[in-house]
Write a protein that binds this ligand. Structure first.
Ligand code: HSE
Length: 430
């Protein structure tokens, strides 16, 4: 029997789920892999308050150094999230020749290369399946399942909290705050939910995917980001009537030597499979050559989903032999790929203007758009009310972020425009 001692750091939502799942899978792992995972030490800074039950033989500590210093621990599982002290923990564990499993997207997004190199030097393995899509095997699919493919684009719904909020607002007319509260109650949201709703969590995950799929390490600060806090019920309703759905998409595209990486609310056709990915489901829609389009989807947030990814990492460790370094730790940076600034990225746009309802207003707005070379595909005025502002919805043709900004800055100055114009990018996914 192959006994593998684990040191688990972080006994929060995911850590406690992991302990439950390991207990459930114990006999399966023994029978199938002739291996046993022994939770030798559990570390959490509030371990007393959390008072874990049923962990016979597991040492409890508040000091992660106890785990790093224990020569009998083979694998360190880091589930505290954030940069500090997670980076010290993962570096410390690898430096001491321990394998590491982490679900920490922020850490891998910011310091992945450094950590992959350290793991390689120390002949250790670093697993991070739960960092993107939690238990949905996005990392393994890209790095192993599609190893013979070349990628041209990835469209991801990779934040369960945002997808839950947008779905609740769309389907159940629930307010943004109510939906967020529910996501927090159910344990999907980050402890600081602004990381979710401002798109930061998606940026971290996109940085990892961009690196794995295209070999391009992009500084997270250089990834264009818009969150979902400005999305209103009105825009959801207008979009629905135009047969469109609003999703927070993380998009990476490569065309020759140019690469795009951006996170923003996006309008997509309701007929596209991504439009029907709702609630806390995550999905990645990948264009690969020669395979074509692939959609991978599942519950991408929550306690047992993340625990599932961590247990898969542990089993992969056992199943693939402890001496090898993991192939997917060894990446080479693609040369010459240049990140496109968002101002140069061309998309179609959904625009909403709140304007005074009087003759000539539309022609002033379309005139400014035309002057900036922005074509209009459709115009809808949603209501007539000579006393108050009325919404005018326009769908544009392809234009750059730069030209749109110039036009909107000018339109925003008009007396007849009563609130800041809303602009949401549109994507044609097939
Ligand atoms: N807060 C994250 C989400 C958890 O909502 O997707 C999974 O990374």
């Amino acid at each position: 029997m192959n006994k593998i001692n684990l040191g688990l750091i972080g006994y929060g939502v995911v850590g406690s789920g992991l302990v439950k799942l390991l207990a459930k899978r114990k006999s399966y792992i023994k029978n199938k892999f002739n291996a046993e995972f022994v939770l030798k030490t559990l570390c959490d800074r509030s371990i007393e308050a959390k008072n874990p039950q049923g962990l016979l033989g597991t040492a409890l500590t508040t000091k992660y150094q106890d785990i790093l210093d224990d020569p009998q621990i083979h694998i360190v599982i880091e589930l505290i999230g954030g940069m500090n002290p997670a980076r010290e923990i993962v570096r410390g564990a690898l430096s001491k020749g321990k394998h590491v499993v982490t679900a920490n997207k922020e850490l891998i997004a910011n310091n992945g290369i450094e950590l992959f190199q350290l793991a390689k030097e120390k002949k250790c393995r670093l697993y991070y399946e739960s960092s993107v899509g939690a238990g949905v095997p996005v990392i393994k699919t890209i790095t192993e399942g599609l190893a013979g493919n070349k990628f041209s684009s990835i469209y991801g719904i990779i934040n369960g909290t945002c997808n839950f909020i947008l779905s609740e607002m769309t389907q159940n007319n629930v307010s943004f705050n109510q939906a967020l509260e529910e996501a927090q109650k159910r344990g999907f949201a980050e402890s600081d939910p602004s990381l979710d709703v401002n798109g930061i969590d998606s940026v971290h995950k996109l940085a990892i995917l961009t690196y794995l799929a295209f070999g391009k390490a992009i500084n997270v600060k250089d990834i264009y980001r818009e969150g979902i806090t400005h999305i209103s019920h009105d825009d959801i309703e207008y979009a629905t009537s135009l047969n469109l759905a609003i999703k927070l998409l993380a998009i990476a595209k490569k065309e020759e030597k140019k690469i795009e990486a951006r996170v923003h609310p996006t309008l997509i056709s309701k007929d596209h499979p991504l439009a029907s990915i709702n609630s806390i489901y995550n999905a990645v829609y990948i264009k690969a050559d020669p395979l074509g389009n692939i959609l991978l989807s599942g519950e991408g947030a929550g306690q047992m989903s993340a625990a599932s990814g961590v247990v898969s990492d542990l089993i992969n460790f056992v199943a693939s032999g402890q001496d090898a370094t993991l192939a997917c730790n060894i990446y080479s940076e693609a040369t010459g790929l240049e990140l496109q600034p968002i101002d140069q990225v061309n998309t179609k746009f959904y625009l909403r203007f709140m304007v005074i309802d009087k003759p000539g207003v539309l022609s002033i707005i379309t005139g400014i758009l035309g002057k900036n070379n922005i074509g209009i595909n459709s115009v809808t005025q949603r209501a007539h009310n000579r006393m108050a502002a009325v919404p005018v919805i326009m769908l544009t043709d392809y234009t750059s972020g730069h030209m749109l900004r110039l036009a909107l800055d000018e339109i925003n100055q008009l007396q007849v425009v009563k609130s800041k114009p809303v602009a949401i990018r549109m994507e044609k996914l097939w």
